[in-house]
Structure formats: structure tokens, C-alpha cells
Ligand binder design. Structure first.
Ligand code: ZN
Ligand code: ZN
Length: 159
């Protein structure tokens, strides 16, 4: 037999080997794989559930609710002095920064200050226009309490 013939015989032998594996499956190995077959659908089911949940969450009609924003502590520099962002009301006494539209400190009830983003001059936050450079702060008063801004969902309005 020449080299090519022996190679073909070799391939044929491998093919038969492969066929025998397919025809006579290794049941032991399959049993070992059984958890995969069982776990697979469970994972798929969980994925489907998660996908459905995501779709539901995205599509769910949402009551547009503005969350009441409270003050946040001001950032401190290396020396421990409060850093107040320009254009946002703040209480220098309590080192609290308030959302736009806030006028008084919740903690000390003092009038809040605001620093002009243009010229850096401080003024009471209730004054919208800078007396120095004339910059008008665009104040967006936030709703302080939970209050739906759209039509109540499903007509089930809270009394
Ligand atoms: Zn205060
Ligand atoms: Zn100014």
C-alpha cells in the first residue's frame, strides 16, 4: 500500500471512530452534561424574565414626580473652608448648598446667599439679578414636595 492509501485508511479509521461515537453516545458523559441541559433552560428563563422586566420598566407609564431636593453639604478645600458653587444658593453658616430656587436654610432658617457666576459677587439668593453685572440667574424653582406634574396615572389620584 502506498502512502496515500495508508493515509486514506487512516482517515477512514478516524471517520469510523467518530461515527461510533455518534452512534453510540458516551452516556456517562451525557449524564455529566445533564445539569447543563437542566440549567440551560432555567438560565434562559431567567434571562427572559429579566428581559421582560427591563421592557416593563422602560415602558411602564411613569408618574412624573419631582423628588424634593434637600440641601447637600458643600465641598471643602484643603484648609477645610467650604467651597460653594457659583449660581447655587448656599448657607455659609451650615456649609450647605441648596437647589436653585431655595431661599432659606432648612437648618438655621437664615436667608441663603448665591454667588454670581459672572462676577463672583455674593447676594441674597432671593435676588435673581446681579446688582453688579446684571446677570440674571435662571431660577428653576423645584417642587419641594412630591407632586405629580402630569395627569394622575390611571385616574387614581391621591386625595
Ligand atoms: Zn444655615
Ligand atoms: Zn454678577
Amino acid at each position: 500500500m502506498n502512502a496515500l492509501g495508508s493515509q486514506i485508511a487512516n482517515l477512514w479509521g478516524q471517520l469510523l471512530d467518530l461515527l461510533s461515537k455518534i452512534v453510540n453516545p458516551d452516556w456517562g458523559a451525557l449524564v455529566n452534561l445533564l445539569p447543563v441541559f437542566l440549567v440551560g433552560p432555567v438560565i434562559l428563563g431567567l434571562l427572559a424574565l429579566a428581559g421582560g422586566w427591563v421592557v416593563y420598566t422602560v415602558r411602564r407609564p411613569r408618574a412624573r414626580v419631582r423628588v424634593a431636593e434637600g440641601p447637600r453639604p458643600a465641598l471643602l478645600d484643603e484648609a477645610g473652608a467650604a467651597l460653594f458653587p457659583d449660581g447655587e444658593p448656599f448657607c455659609p453658616r451650615d456649609a450647605l448648598v441648596y437647589p436653585p430656587g431655595a431661599a432659606r436654610c432648612d437648618a438655621c432658617h437664615e436667608e441663603l446667599a448665591v454667588r454670581c457666576p459672572m462676577c463672583g459677587l455674593e447676594r441674597p439668593s432671593s435676588i435673581v439679578t446681579c446688582g453688579n453685572c446684571g446677570l440674571v440667574l435662571r431660577v428653576e424653582p423645584r417642587v419641594r414636595l412630591l407632586q405629580p406634574t402630569g395627569p394622575p396615572p390611571g385616574g387614581a389620584a391621591a386625595a
